[in-house]
Design a protein around this ligand. Sequence first.
Ligand SMILES: [Zn+2]
Length: 146
Amino acid sequence: ASKLGNDSAKDQSSQYKNGTFHVSGDIMFSSTCNIVVDHKWKATCDRHLEASTHLEKKKKMGPAAVSSSEKKTVQQEIRKVVLFNLVETFTSANLPLNALDNPALHSYLEENLKSMGVIPTSQWLHSEYLSKVFNYHVAEVKKEIS
Ligand SMILES: [Zn+2]
């Protein structure tokens, strides 16, 4: 299998799973180790992937670490939407945001809305979300007019 190919670094890297190698110019790097791997030899690439230094690094970086941070981002995005909708609901119902600081309402919402998590103070919601909700509705109205 150790034949000298004429493949470019790009061709060679494309034979591997996405994220295994990355290419810069005609130089191929192990994305895990960030070191140059001789792309002209497929056997060299294969051997690198089996090398203990590579496997150690891979284990440390771990696909689990990546997916858990991705999961976190998704949860953060969901939370943003939830908080946005909360502010939107209150403003459209003409309810003051500081009603959210009422302990009874506060804990009711936190307990009954699974994706809510901890509700920030009305002051924070006011500064972070009210303008977003407002801009969103202005954009919506503009869309309808045009
Ligand atoms: Zn490596």
